[in-house]
Structure formats: structure tokens, C-alpha cells
Write a protein that binds this ligand. Structure first.
Ligand SMILES: Cc1cc2nc3c(=O)[nH]c(=O)nc-3n(C[C@H](O)[C@H](O)[C@H](O)COP(=O)(O)OP(=O)(O)OC[C@H]3O[C@@H](n4cnc5c(N)ncnc54)[C@H](O)[C@@H]3O)c2cc1C
Length: 393
């Protein structure tokens, strides 16, 4: 199989070959639960409260939601997941999933964990990318000030420079060892500073290898324009424009803030407009693939088929070294495993870290799967199909 069409993604035998019967049943229970928004809402609140009260819920989480969406608490646990994915030709984007840090001490600690993650990737041939949330290394407040154009005082400048050095140190080590670093895209009110930093680091570290991969959220009205600017910046400075295209994960938050502060929402007016923007982004990158390195980070089946079509039209091979598609662990296995089988470069984004600290990520996944129109329904449809095929129901 080296061609994909809209029917390919229905092949559950390939999609779930890597899941045992008990893992498949676990996936069924999770997506069934997530199909009830009220349950997700109450469940998220109860989880946070139980952790605060030190109630022993860790074993329950670890064997259910955590197991489905995460790689493990330690790198030793992650190893099993990585090896399993390798057998199916799937590469890993490893992410130390701890979020929401605020003090210099915490930023240093996160930097240390990211370096540990990077060293692990360097020594594991099936992990060629690590993910980094810039706000985990630089103060959110300062990123916001820079994005809004405010001046920093001396103390703030020093703190900001320390943050930049944390990111730079990580990227430098990654560059020396040919590992890519996804700089995750975050909220618009801090993203201006992150984009500037990504472009600056790209001049230094993307000359001959796509080290810095900048996240671009196409649910934002102005990001197609930014993609074109990134292209021009790369041409002018002679480096590889490495981008991770995503639709974007902070839609409700963005809209709520815009409404509260009385400015026009930066988000496309509807899902159709976001989809059109995203697919136009894919086309722009494929049309200019001599300059770009494209990471198509989506669970949208149409976008993946569209990318395959664009590549075919250009005469690019499925395994073109500058084009990769990626999905989160626990989601859209039908896309990941079927594209891998058809010879496309694919990656799974695997977060790891202590159960308690990965909770915000898990809650986002649960909420996303209730709010994303049709996604849970699609996952359930495929899981049920495979359970029936295996005579489990
Ligand atoms: C490997 C990987 C890395 C990622 N990294 C990031 C990151 O760095 N930053 C980040 O923000 N997200 C990131 N995401 C998440 C991503 O942005 C999406 O939220 C998520 O993947 C769902 O979108 P989709 O393209 O998969 O598919 P779909 O299910 O087709 O699209 C859902 C998305 O469409 C948009 N949307 C939905 N309804 C509307 C509406 N009414 N109006 C306008 N737009 C709408 C939203 O962005 C929503 O998330 C990443 C995803 C993957 C797979």
C-alpha cells in the first residue's frame, strides 16, 4: 500500500494493530466517558480536588486516561512505548509534559528536565524531535510584555535574557546532535515574543538542519501572512524555514479574552475558515518545499489526504525528507498507522512525566475531545469497528 484515499483511514486492523485487546477496551471506555461533556467537566474538577486533598487516585488515572495519552512517568517507562512504535515505522516527538511554572527556580528545573529528555532522544534512534513550551522556560509575564511592545526594566531584562539562554542552550545542544525542537505555539498575547525568538534562533541553528521548528496556529486570521513572512525571512537569511502547522488549541481562551478586553477576536470566524486557512498553509509550504521543512500536526483526515494529494501533484515521494505528519498519542491512530504503512513520514507526540504534573495536559485532551466536533464520535466509530472485528463486543 503506497496510496491513501478517504477509505484508507477506515482500516482499523492496521490502525489498532499495536493495541492489545485490553488496551483497546481501555480506549473504548475513555472515549465513551469523554463523549459526555458534563462528565468531563465534573471529572476534571474532581481530579484536581482529589489531588489537592492527596486522595489516592493516581493508580486509577495511571491505568486509564494517563496510559492512553502518555508514554510513562519515567524515561524507562517511555522506552517501551517508543520501541513499540518503532516496530510500526513511527517516530516519536518526546515531550516532558510538565506545565505552568512561574519562578526562576522552576524554569531552571524544567530546563534540566528538557535537557534530560534531549539526551534521551540523542541516544534513541526512534526519537528525532523533542517538544518545548517556551513559557516553561521564560516568564509568561515577560513574554506578554515583549509581545505587547512594553519596555522591560533592568531586572526584567536580565530575567528575560536568562529565559532566552535556557531555550538557546537546549536548541544548541539539539543542533549539535541533529535533533529537532518543536517550539510549541501558545496564546497570542505571548506568541509575538516566541515568534521573534524562533526566527532569531533559526538564523543560527537552521542553516543546514531543521533544528528549530516553530508552531504556527492557522486558526488565527493573520498566521497565513506570518507563514509567508517566515518564508521571506528564511530566504533573506539563508536557512531552512521549519514549521509545525497546527489549527490551535486555545480557541475558547482567545475568544473569551478578546471579548473581555474588547478587541476583535483573532480567531477565524468559523471552523470552515480555519480549515481553509490550514489547508492553504499546507499548499504554501509544499509549493515552497525547497525552503520549508513541514510538520503537518493534525488529526484532520481531509488535511492529511490533501497533503498527500499536493505531494503527488508535485511528484514528491511519500517519504520526502522535509515533510512529516504527526498526531498525539492516543488520538487518530488510523491516520498515523495507515500513513506509516503507506510510506509517509509520521510521528507520534508522546508526553511523559509524573501523573500529577501531567494532569493539565490530560484535562486539555479530555476537553478537546468533547469540544472538537465529531472527533470523539470518529474515534468511537473506529474503536467499535475494531472491537467487533476482534469479536470483543
Ligand atoms: C503533534 C501535535 C502538536 C501540536 N502542537 C500544538 C501547539 O504547539 N500549539 C497549539 O495551539 N496546538 C497544538 N496542537 C493541537 C492542535 O492545535 C489542535 O488543537 C488539535 O490538533 C485539533 O485540531 P486538528 O487539526 O487535529 O483537527 P480538527 O478536529 O479538524 O480541528 C479542530 C480545531 O479546529 C479549530 N476550530 C474548531 N472549531 C472552530 C470554530 N468554530 N472556529 C474556528 N476554528 C475552530 C480549533 O483549532 C480546533 O482545535 C498540536 C497537535 C498535534 C497533533
Amino acid at each position: 500500500m503506497n496510496k491513501i484515499d478517504h477509505k484508507s483511514f477506515d482500516n482499523t486492523e492496521i490502525a489498532f494493530a499495536y493495541l492489545s485487546n485490553s488496551e483497546l477496551k481501555n480506549a473504548y471506555r475513555i472515549f465513551k466517558g469523554m463523549s459526555y461533556p458534563a462528565l468531563v467537566n465534573i471529572g476534571s474538577k474532581l481530579t484536581l480536588l482529589s489531588l489537592k486533598l492527596h486522595l489516592p487516585i493516581k493508580p486509577i488515572l495511571k491505568n486509564t486516561v494517563y496510559k492512553h495519552f502518555c508514554g510513562g512517568e519515567t524515561l524507562a517507562e517511555v522506552k517501551q512505548v517508543v520501541s513499540k512504535l518503532e516496530k510500526f515505522g513511527i517516530n516519536v516527538i518526546l515531550n516532558f509534559g510538565v506545565e505552568g511554572k512561574h519562578s526562576e527556580e522552576e524554569f531552571d528545573k524544567t530546563a534540566k528536565s528538557l535537557h534530560k529528555t534531549l539526551e534521551y532522544a540523542i541516544h534513541n534512534k526512534n526519537i528525532d524531535t523533542i517538544a518545548c513550551k517556551p513559557s516553561g522556560l521564560i516568564s509568561h509575564e515577560l513574554l506578554e510584555k515583549i509581545t505587547s511592545g512594553s519596555e522591560l526594566n533592568e531586572e526584567e531584562k536580565k530575567s528575560y535574557d536568562r529565559g532566552v539562554e535556557r531555550v538557546r542552550g537546549l536548541v544548541k545542544r539539539a543542533y549539535e546532535n541533529k535533533i529537532c525542537v518543536h517550539l510549541d505555539a501558545e496564546e497570542t498575547w505571548i506568541q509575538g515574543a516566541i515568534d521573534d525568538l524562533a526566527l532569531e534562533l533559526s538564523i543560527e541553528f537552521n542553516k543546514d538542519f531543521p533544528t528549530v521548528i516553530n508552531g504556527i496556529q492557522l486558526y488565527l486570521k493573520d498566521k497565513l501572512e506570518f507563514l509567508k513572512k517566515s518564508y521571506q525571512h528564511a530566504v533573506d537569511n539563508k536557512y531552512i524555514a521549519a514549521v509545525k502547522l497546527v489549527r490551535g488549541a486555545y480557541m475558547e481562551k482567545e475568544r473569551a479574552r478578546a471579548e473581555e478586553l474588547g478587541y476583535p477576536s483573532p480567531i477565524c470566524e468559523d471552523k470552515k475558515a480555519t480549515d481553509a486557512n490550514y489547508n492553504a498553509g499546507l499548499k504554501y509550504c509544499v509549493d515552497n518545499i525547497d525552503v520549508f521543512h513541514l510538520s503537518n500536526a493534525t488529526h484532520n483526515e481531509y488535511s492529511c489526504l490533501y497533503l498527500a494529494k499536493l505531494m503527488k501533484e508535485k511528484g514528491l515521494p511519500n517519504d520526502h525528507p522535509k515533510i512529516v505528519s504527526s498526531q498525539l498519542k492516543g488520538m487518530s491512530d488510523n491516520i498515523t498507522f495507515i500513513m506509516a504503512k503507506a510510506g509517509y513520514n509520521v510521528q507520534k507526540y508522546v508526553p511523559y512525566g509524573p501523573v500529577k504534573q501531567v494532569i493539565p495536559y490530560l484535562i486539555r485532551r479530555a476537553q478537546e475531545n468533547t469540544s472538537v466536533e465529531g472527533q470523539t464520535g470518529r474515534e468511537m466509530e473506529l474503536i467499535i469497528k475494531e472491537m467487533k472485528r476482534r469479536k470483543l463486543m
